[in-house]
Design a protein around this ligand. Structure first.
Ligand code: WTA
Length: 649
């Protein structure tokens, strides 16, 4: 048992929300939570119809849910526009001149964009998309730094019914190429470069490299000038964002779209093959993002809300852009690294903008702990009222530090479990109601029928490990895997009949709280980023020197998991330091810096069963530096275990 699991099992500390906090919250106690939750799962039509009335509709729906397992249609027959919900409806209200986005660039510049201004910018850019003949239903890739124009590009697509697919700026040219091909993108929206730790990330150059071989449907690349670095402009294909603006006006009515119209595709790693394109649609997704901001962050008009995720991840989609803006909230965006120019950057931002709600990841919290309390202590963090975490299980030590050092012991923590596929929060505390315990995401959110089951799909007793499932459809669920219905069915709906299988392991304690232990498939969670072991293996074997590769995770104090690769080389190839470095670089080129191996171990052979399956369980134990235990009787060649034992260097 790992130290972390042992800590969690013995966790007895309970933190109740302060009375003053509860008094002002939308959900003020557990009785209220339970009553609403019961209604949400037993009478979903009633619950969701009431919540959906928060959104503005061009045409009301006829039916709340049409469920043909595993395909869901929510708010059937309704029409609405996501950008209209995030922008237009705040105009002519007290929010018109309120900050929609507060932005700080890594070098230090600042912009405050009101709802009126953001609306105008989005209309202008939507007209640029029209001018470039990009049409409703077509796909556009967005590969941008964390600048307001990233949100503007997303919202402009949404305004016209163009399907965006945002690719994280830390992914490589090769990843862009794969995604363009998979979703058939007709255009790419990018920037010359973005700032990261004082350096410029050459975004446009990566796009050029991705498109250089041709044979793709991209006919237009729109480039925003951010970093001023030199770039190549391909005549007839590339245009400057600022130049295009000269040709358009700001008159651009939102297009009323079907509730089920695709909104975006976001690629995420699975246990096999290349990343899959998770498809989200209009009404259900927006409602999920909206109501979680309403009840989980309990957002208020005077909040300054900061979600530190990049818009390249689903957290950035739901909780930097769509959720907060649909609530008319102020969303803070920061472009760069938390340790630039020093380790106090986050706390300085919080102090200077009076941030009241902070949503970040356990991996960041662990890094802050390592950097030392003196950094947050230099700043006044008294504006904070609520803290949140997402991305991986939070270890109780990190939770306590977050609570005491950042929250000053007064801010509730919402530990939110969810996934790219779920669109919004699924298991989480509600800050004015739920007594929290360090390390658990606590209880299901409204409309979520979560359970922990055994291999036969039977619910397990308290404190027994099992698989996390969701037993009913929910509005913000993924609709399919882009272009691959069979993979959608197989990955999520075939493990157990009638249940969504999340790929995570969990147990419930005697109070019914969910303790999520992490992925139980071949997906790693490195610094809160999902990385498929199969993807890294695929990258390694695409190198001419590599015969075979097996990739596993090992516990890492800061990142949660580190990437360890076992590699056998082709005959005649010298397995030396130079090759090790070359392979690390190769993985970065093929996938991106997020997937950089922490360690590469050369092996003469990989441990396999007699039927030829790589024995990952053994490799995991070896990677973690543990003695190999358990059943090794099916191992093909026992002597190789000894040879695998030596670490890098
Ligand atoms: C993990 C991120 C424990 C989990 C929103 C899930 C968590 C995967 C938590 C999804 C949490 C996310 N506690 N584990 N609060 N939040 N996870 O798609 O393994 O990037 O399956 O979505 O992150 O990662 P994804």
């Amino acid at each position: 048992m790992s130290k972390n699991t042992a800590n969690q099992l013995s966790e007895t500390r309970v933190f109740k929300p302060a009375k003053e906090f509860s008094k002002k919250a939308r959900i003020q106690n557990m009785a209220q939570y339970r009553a609403l939750w019961e209604e949400s799962v037993k009478r979903p039509d009633k619950f969701w119809a009431r919540e959906a009335a928060d959104l503005c509709w061009n045409k009301k729906w006829l039916k709340v849910l049409d469920w043909q397992e595993p395909f869901a249609k929510w708010f059937v027959g309704g029409r609405l526009n996501v950008a209209e919900n995030c922008l237009d409806r705040h105009l002519g209200t007290a929010r018109q001149n309120k900050a929609a986005i507060i932005w700080e660039g890594e070098p230090g510049e600042r912009r405050v964009i009101t709802y009126q201004q953001l609306h105008r910018e989005v209309c202008l850019f939507a007209n640029v998309l029209k001018r470039n003949k990009i049409k409703k239903g077509e796909r556009v890739l967005i590969y941008m730094p964390m600048i307001p124009e990233a949100a503007i590009a997303m919202l402009a697509c949404a305004r016209l019914g163009i399907v965006h697919s945002v690719v994280f700026g830390g992914f490589s040219a090769e990843s862009i190429k794969d995604r363009v091909a998979d979703c058939g993108a007709v255009a790419v929206i990018t920037a010359d470069g973005g700032y990261r730790r004082g350096a410029i990330v050459p975004l446009k150059a990566n796009v050029d490299a991705a498109l250089k071989d041709g044979g793709h449907p991209v006919k237009r690349v729109i480039v925003f000038r951010r970093a001023g670095n030199d770039i190549h402009i391909e005549e007839g294909r590339d245009v400057w964002w600022h130049r295009e603006l000269e040709y358009v006006d700001a008159n651009c009515p939102p297009v009323p779209l079907d509730s089920e119209a695709p909104l975006f595709i976001l690629y995420t790693s699975g246990s096999t093959g290349k990343p899959k394109g998770i498809l989200h649609s209009t009404a259900g997704y927006l409602l999920g993002a909206h109501i979680s901001c309403k009840y989980v962050f309990d957002l208020r008009d005077d909040d300054v809300y900061w979600c530190t995720a990049d818009i390249g991840w689903v957290t950035g989609h739901s909780y930097v852009v769509y959720g907060p803006l649909s609530m008319g909230a102020t969303s803070l965006m920061y472009e760069g690294a938390p340790n630039w120019p020093d380790n106090g950057r986050f706390w300085k931002i919080i102090e200077e903008f009076s941030v009241s709600v902070l949503y970040t990841a356990p991996t960041a919290i662990r890094a802050f702990i390592k950097w030392g309390d003196e950094w947050p202590k230099k700043h006044d963090l008294s504006s904070l009222r609520l803290l949140g975490t997402v991305g991986e299980p939070i270890n109780p030590e990190a939770w306590m530090w977050y609570h005491n050092v950042i929250g000053g012991g007064r801010c509730p923590i919402v530990d939110t479990w969810w996934q790219t596929e779920t669109g919004g929060h699924m298991i989480t505390s509600l800050p004015g109601a739920t007594p929290t315990k360090p390390g658990t995401a606590t209880l299901p959110f409204f409309g979520v029928d979560a359970a922990v089951v055994d291999d036969n799909g039977q619910e397990v007793p308290p404190n027994t490990m099992g698989k996390l499932v969701i037993r009913k459809p929910w509005p913000s669920m993924l609709r399919t895997v882009w272009g691959d219905k069979a993979r959608y069915k197989k990955t999520y709906w075939s493990e157990f009949k009638g249940m969504y299988f999340a790929g995570d392991g969990a147990r419930r304690d005697k109070d019914g709280y969910f303790w999520i232990t992490g992925r139980i498939d071949d997906v790693l969670n490195v610094a809160g980023h999902r990385i498929g072991t199969a993807e890294v293996e695929g990258a390694l074997v695409s190198h001419p020197a590599v015969a075979e590769a097996a990739v596993v995770g090992r516990p890492d104090e800061i990142k949660g998991q580190g990437v360890v690769c076992f590699v056998t080389v082709k005959q005649g190839v010298k397995a030396d330091y130079a090759l090790r470095d070359a392979l690390k670089k190769h993985v970065r080129t093929m996938i991106g810096p997020v997937a950089t191996p922490d360690e590469i171990r050369f092996a003469e052979v990989l441990p396999k069963t007699r039927s030829g399956k790589i024995m990952r369980r053994l490799l995991k134990q070896i990677a973690a530096g543990n003695a190999v235990t358990g059943d090794t009787t099916t191992l093909e060649d026992f002597s190789i275990l000894a040879k695998l034992g030596s670490a890098e260097d």
